[in-house]
Ligand binder design. Structure first.
Ligand code: ADP
Length: 458
């Protein structure tokens, strides 16, 4: 069922319930009123007959029968019976058959309660006591409220017809109303259907309102914005990555082709092979980083994170950085900690090691003394890792940009690199819900500080 129909149905159900209850109350009140009115008329008729018979000496039962027989105020199928104190019938007006059974028990009940009313097959009866000079008579008046009932039935018919017409009308109005209410949503659906992967630049029209639909449209536009950026970044990433791969590959094939042009000496061969090996190693490192990048990109906090001791990570990273370039020098300061928990974080060991390796390699690479100082300490709920160098430094305007994919600042000099180390670092730190800061200026060295949450609080 569409929301439109559902809304219309709900609208009808609610409205019909309200209308139905209102009509039912009106009908019941009218029915009560009809009965009260008819009983009061029966009472008046009974009192009138009793007064004439008992209090007016000149009137006896015969005369009364003649008078009442012709009375224009007689009720339909009216019967009036009067009993004396000994329950002897003094008078009976109306049909001879006695349409309403009158048992002595009922008369006793009237004397006990003052009044009894009854209804048998639409015939109503009222029995009551009538007192005159300390004598207690019982008057039983009955009749059929033909006009009252007809009026009531008519009223009920009008009400049912009004109710049914009302239902139909409410359903139609409900549908129109629902369509109007949902039309902005419908427009949104049409707009969204028009947006494919190739035209993520399109945006949904938001209109001037600030209602829920406008909020939804704004959220969709935000989502599109993020999707578009992600698509853009991904496209660039692939382009940049293949470019970075091609440069060393071209260099390798170029060197080998030149080598093959003529006969070479053993020393020449060795020199070219050494250079090719260097390029291959650089390629290897690049592909390692791309792989880690892909891993960090697809990883989420839900992936299996385990407790990782950061001191072990630092030592392993130091060895790796020194293996990459034996000229690298890395000093390590690890604060004395009471418990290993103070420097344990929850995370992925390989990714965390890549953070430290990249920071150390950069620190050595961009320093004339190839020296890096790494310190580690745990305070409060965080583990803090600081990598310092006394190298070329980074200009303030580059502080943000160095974390972008493939971005290399102008300070690199001849240092080799691809500009993905720090973006990998940032991605991994983010993935671990941590933070990274850089403090540096050109010529005065650089300090990177990484904050990671301790395992017990993560
Ligand atoms: P790269 O492969 O170029 O080193 P990174 O992503 O690791 O790529 O670093 C991005 C840029 O940040 C570098 O090109 C360099 O300009 C700058 N940079 C990173 N670390 C340092 C550092 N310790 N000292 C000076 N500049 C640095």
């Amino acid at each position: 069922m569409t929301i439109r129909t559902r809304l219309a149905v709900q609208f009808v159900v609610l409205a019909s319930l309200t209308l139905g209850v209102a009509f039912a109350v009106v009908y019941l009140r009218a029915a009560d009123f009809r009965q009260d009115e008819f009983l009061s008329r029966l009472h008046d008729r009974g009192v009138n007959a009793a007064k004439l018979l008992i209090q007016v000496e000149q009137v006896d039962d015969k005369l009364l029968r003649i008078m009442e027989g012709k009375s224009p105020v007689r009720l339909p199928e009216e019967e009036i019976t009067i009993f004396d104190e000994a329950n002897v019938e003094l008078l009976h007006l109306g049909g001879n058959a006695g349409l309403m059974a009158i048992e002595p028990a009922m008369l006793d009940s009237v004397r006990a309660n003052g009044r009894v009313k009854r209804m048998v097959e639409e015939r109503e009866m009222l029995a009551f006591e009538f007192e005159d000079e300390a004598r207690r008579y019982v008057v039983v008046a009955s009749g059929r409220d033909i006009y009252g009932r007809r009026k009531l039935r008519n009223q009920a018919r009008v009400m049912v017809a009004t109710f049914l017409t009302g239902l139909l009308l409410m359903f139609l109005v409900g549908r129109v109303y629902a369509r109007r209410a949902l039309s902005p949503l419908q427009r949104l659906v049409v707009d969204l259907q028009g947006i494919g992967a190739s035209d993520l630049g399109k945006r949904i029209k938001m209109g001037a309102g600030s209602d829920e639909i406008a909020q939804l449209a704004a959220s969709f536009n935000d989502l599109l914005e993020r999707l578009q950026t992600a698509f853009h970044v991904q496209k660039n990433f692939i382009g940049n990555a293949s470019h970075e791969m091609r440069t060393p590959l071209t260099a390798i094939s170029g060197q080998l082709e030149v080598l093959l042009l003529k006969e070479r000496t053993g020393e020449e061969y060795r020199a070219v092979v050494r250079s090719v090996v260097e390029d291959m190693q650089a390629l290897n490192r690049l592909s390692d980083r791309l792989l880690l990048m892909a891993q960090a990109e697809t990883a989420s906090a839900a992936m299996t994170f385990a407790p990782v001791r950061m001191d072990e990570v630092v030592w392993a990273a130091r060895s790796e950085a020194m293996r990459t370039d034996p000229a690298n020098r890395v000093d390590v300061i690890i604060d004395e900690v009471e418990e290993a928990d103070d420097i344990t974080v929850k995370g992925n060991e390989a990714l965390l090691r890549s953070v430290v390796v990249n920071l150390l390699e950069n620190a050595c690479k961009y320093s004339s003394d190839n020296r890096a100082l790494v310190s580690l300490n745990g305070s409060g709920t965080m583990v803090r890792l600081v990598v310092e160098d006394h190298g070329v430094g980074i200009a303030p305007e580059d502080h943000e940009r160095i974390f972008e994919n493939f971005y290399r600042a102008r300070n690199t000099g001849g240092a080799k690199g691809h500009g993905i180390g720090l973006s990998l670092v940032k991605r991994v730190v983010d993935l671990h819900d941590g933070g990274i800061e850089v403090s540096s200026s050109l010529g005065s060295g650089t300090t990177f500080t990484v904050h990671l949450r301790k395992a017990e609080t993560a």
